[in-house]
Design a protein around this ligand. Structure first.
Ligand SMILES: C[C@H](O)[C@H](O)[C@@H](O)[C@@H](O)C(=O)O
Ligand SMILES: [Mg+2]
Length: 392
């Protein structure tokens, strides 16, 4: 039987949660005085939305094959992303066989190299790539993890990211990652508060439960070193994304500075095998955390993961729901996954991309068996209004 070809590539935008999971309403833990590189400006200190963290919104990519099968994926990208999909990338995808994902990826990457390389363009290439893998799985009637070589474990185990690691422990997660609230601009008082919060949480969860801090690019080497040294007595497992993604030299220094046994992690805002090669070869971190919706998609994450494996580094993708679950379950050097607590008070498990996807699986007691449904096994929620800003 002839291999179907791609009839059309379409792009839509959605507001309110979804893949741009920072696009939440008021009173959500994820926008409550979290330290960022903008914290040096008091007017931008309380809320990340105040400086536009949710400015892009969700991008939905749909790819329809000649046999009528439709694959889709969601990522962060909004109207800008939709334009790049329909006005630039479509030419590399439409008319191609559904199987020729590697070639389509190479043409999308090299065809945008003059203005892409990382950032929004790689978000968009990732979205198209994920939609292509969803389509291929549906055409072949197999889950994506089977297309990637099959599972190496029966189920996934998760740590939870959110304001309440104490509740996450009760829900069966293996650890809790706290957002850091105070950046260097708030001085020694801010550092004291950061350590006091960690001390309180350690008191609540007891020994043995992982506690981590996510610093979201907000620190400098000296402050991050003081935080790590101060956090040692509270058993901080890792310090995450302490510095700017471009400060490879700073990460290498921080990794030499932190107490023995404490891990340095980063990578959610890094992209492509070349970006992660820099992190790995410069000895920046122990765990890389690519977001499969931002780093180049499954096609690129396969390459990134192999490189990390050769360096003895773990790959624990930044929370990206089913898109990372289908990958993680097939990799020996991805022993656990992240689950972002998207309930406003981080007090219950809700789907990460809520309310955009139907059948989006969530961990139960901190564990999840990836469903065997074809593709990524999710559907778009018809109640979520899709806007198609650009037509061919
Ligand atoms: C909790 C962090 O501040 C970010 O919002 C989160 O998206 C990311 O850094 C993570 O690792 O989950
Ligand atoms: Mg992070």
């Amino acid at each position: 039987m002839a291999v179907p070809t791609i009839r059309q590539l379409r792009a839509f935008t959605v507001r309110g949660g979804g893949a741009d999971y920072h696009d939440q309403g008021a009173d959500h833990w994820i926008d409550d005085h979290i330290a960022t590189p903008m914290s040096k400006y008091p007017e931008y200190r309380q809320s990340r939305q105040s400086f536009g963290l949710n400015v892009l919104g969700t991008l939905v990519v749909e790819v329809e094959a000649s046999d009528g099968t439709v694959g889709f994926a969601v990522t962060t990208g909004g109207e800008i992303g939709a334009w790049i999909v329909e006005k630039h990338l479509a030419r590399f995808v439409e008319g191609q066989k559904v199987t020729d994902i590697e070639k389509m990826w190479d043409q999308m990457y090299n065809g945008t190299l003059f203005y892409g390389r990382k950032g929004i363009v790689l978000n968009v290439i990732s979205g198209v790539d994920l939609a292509l893998w969803d389509l291929l799985g549906k055409v072949r009637q197999e889950p994506v993890y089977q297309l990637l070589g099959g599972p190496v474990r029966d189920e996934l185990q998760f740590y939870a990211t959110g304001a309440r690691p104490d509740l996450a422990k009760k829900m069966g997660f293996i650890g809790g990652k706290l957002p850091l609230h105070h950046a260097p601009a708030e001085g020694e008082e801010g550092l004291r508060k950061n350590l006091a919060l960690l001390a309180d949480m350690r008191e609540r969860v007891g020994d043995g439960f992982w506690l981590m801090y996510d610093c979201w690019m907000s620190l400098d080497v000296n402050y991050a070193t003081k935080l790590a040294l101060g956090a040692q007595e509270f058993g901080l497992k890792w310090i995450e994304e302490a510095l700017s993604p471009d400060d490879y030299w700073g990460y290498a220094q921080l990794r030499r500075n932190v107490p023995k046994g404490m891990l340095v992690t980063t990578g959610e805002h890094e992209a492509t095998r070349w970006g992660f090669r820099m992190l790995l070869e410069m000895g920046c971190c122990d765990i890389i955390q690519p977001d499969v919706g931002w780093c180049g998609g499954i096609t690129e994450l396969v390459k990134i993961s192999a490189l990390a494996d050769a360096h003895g580094a773990l790959v624990v993708p930044h929370g990206s729901s089913v898109y990372s679950y289908h990958f993680v379950v097939t990799r020996h050097n991805s022993p656990f996954a992240e689950f972002l607590m998207m309930a406003p008070k981080a007090d219950e498990v809700v789907p990460m991309f809520n309310p955009l996807l139907l059948d989006e699986p969530v961990p139960v007691n901190g564990r999840l068996k990836v469903p065997e449904t074809p593709g990524f096994g999710v559907r778009l929620n018809p109640d979520c209004a899709l806007n198609r800003p650009h037509t061919h």
